[in-house]
Design a protein around this ligand. Structure first.
Ligand SMILES: NC(=O)c1ccc[n+]([C@@H]2O[C@H](COP(=O)([O-])OP(=O)(O)OC[C@H]3O[C@@H](n4cnc5c(N)ncnc54)[C@H](OP(=O)(O)O)[C@@H]3O)[C@@H](O)[C@H]2O)c1
Length: 338
């Protein structure tokens, strides 16, 4: 069967109406009703089931700084990653009912996508489809490839309660880390990190001296840093690097959501301590994704790892989900289920 009979004539999309100068919030978006598009040759019509809301979307909406891709267009549907079910497979070779992941399906109920640009999901790979939207591949890249966490290491993960950090701490523990320290913004999140996500200690940004908090949490120094933030947090972490430490640079939230992620470095200290500072981008390590998916699937099934995520329900909740993500209200990945 190449098409489902239950496709409506119209559907809803969330459009960007103005480009905000500050953080995006609900007033910068509108929900519009438009005809459901018709797929052409090599295209499929999909029905969105889950959207992943990411911090980088806030930057692409604001169109500021050096972005890895063009800013989102005002007056158009907000692009973004999600999972969808094929409802019209056309001549693509996919089947109605197949679940696919797309980076650009966008904040809409239905989308026409190039069949070549979607990833058909193996239903057996992960216990539930939304797990394919985790930021775990970046966490795994930071912990395993760039950070090379080893048995007995003391590991510091910045923005430990975020989509990347909430998995990075758990992965570090599974790789044999003896002590895992995280940073976050509130005691509520710190308690979740220590009680539910395997962190031994947490330092709070914006709550006194980070240097002092980190020194107290890691009196013998750090073997690995998985840095999602940059700026002051990276500086404090570098000051505690032990001989041979590996510092994995994965994200720059201090620049994306704050003023700047720029960090002073002391070359003398890094050289004399044989410290490695390594930037790692997932798009240069795509082979990590199947390795991570295999690891994640096994760890979720045997219960050694949990996938923290916050779910909001309804397409019209996507702008709120983005605002709340940027405000730091949630722990783990932030998803919108349709
Ligand atoms: N290298 C790669 O290939 C790759 C792949 C994916 C993602 N990334 C990057 O990795 C980083 C982490 O991604 P993520 O999905 O885990 O992020 P996220 O969860 O979307 O980040 C949101 C969190 O950032 C924190 N935050 C807010 N304002 C901040 C500020 N001014 N300074 C520092 N932290 C602030 C808040 O956490 P607290 O309230 O807990 O502080 C908030 O909950 C991002 O920079 C992302 O772009 C890189």
């Amino acid at each position: 069967m190449s098409a489902s009979s239950a496709v409506p004539a119209t559907h809803r999309e969330v459009h960007l109406v103005t480009r905000p100068t500050g953080a995006p919030s609900e007033e910068h978006f509108t929900v519009v009703e438009v005809p459901v598009p018709v797929p052409g040759p090599g295209q499929v019509l999909v029905r969105t089931t889950t959207l992943a809301v990411l911090t980088i979307m806030s930057e692409l909406i604001r169109g500021r700084g050096e972005l890895p891709m063009p800013p989102f267009d005002v007056g158009a549907c907000v692009p973004g990653p999600g999972i969808a079910e094929v409802v019209d497979a056309g001549d693509s070779g996919l089947q109605v009912g197949d679940l696919v992941a797309s980076q650009t399906g966008g904040w809409r109920e239905y989308a026409v996508l190039d069949a070549q640009a979607v990833q058909c999901l193996d239903p057996g790979a992960l216990p539930f489809p939304a797990a394919h939207l985790s930021q775990g591949a970046a966490a795994y890249l930071g912990v395993v490839r760039a950070g090379e966490v080893r048995q007995g290491d003391t590991v510091f993960v910045t923005s430990a309660a975020g989509g990347v950090g909430s998995l990075a701490g758990q992965i570090a523990r599974l790789r044999g880390a003896a002590r895992v320290i995280g940073s976050t913004s509130s005691q509520r999140k710190a308690d979740i990190l220590t009680k539910e996500l395997g962190y031994d200690a947490v330092v709070l940004r914006n709550a006194g001296s980070l240097d002092e908090q980190l020194r107290a949490a890691a009196p013998d120094g750090l073997d690995v840093v998985v840095d999602n933030v940059g700026g002051e947090q990276l500086k404090s972490a570098m000051a505690l690097a032990r001989r041979g430490a590996r510092i994995a640079l994965i994200g720059a939230l201090a620049g994306q959501l704050g003023d700047s992620a720029v960090t002073e470095i002391d070359p003398h200290a890094l050289i004399s301590g044989s410290v490695t500072l390594r930037g790692a981008a997932l798009f240069d390590h795509l082979d990590v994704i199947p390795e991570w998916t295999d690891f994640f699937g096994r760890a979720l099934r045997d219960g050694t790892l949990t996938f923290p995520r916050t779910v909001l329900t309804g397409l019209d909740q996507a702008p709120r989900a983005l605002r709340e993500l940027v405000e730091g209200r949630h722990v783990g990945a932030v998803h919108v289920e349709l």
